[in-house]
Ligand binder design. Structure first.
Ligand SMILES: [Zn+2]
Length: 79
């Protein structure tokens, strides 16, 4: 009998159980970044930070918008 908490649908998410690989369900150490059994990236598995934090997503979108603006400006100047 397992006492590990699982989400409502048993899938990966906010209720992800600590110390368990979300792919193969094998036990994983808190300090490793990848599952030793299946090689799954364990970012987001407690206590690790999520793979995509909100500031990182905002910064990435802002960077793409900045590059787009530069290209549009360059094309506008040429034409
Ligand atoms: Zn695994």
């Amino acid at each position: 009998m397992s006492a590990v908490p699982v989400g409502p649908r048993g899938d990966a998410g906010p209720g992800l159980p600590a110390g368990v690989c979300p792919v193969c369900g094998g036990p994983v150490d808190d300090v490793v970044a990848r599952c030793p059994d299946c090689g799954c990236d364990l970012a987001g598995v407690p206590p690790r930070p999520p793979a995509f934090s909100r500031p990182a997503v905002v910064a990435t979108v802002a960077a793409f918008v900045a590059v787009y603006a530069v290209i549009v400006a360059a094309v506008a100047l040429v034409n």
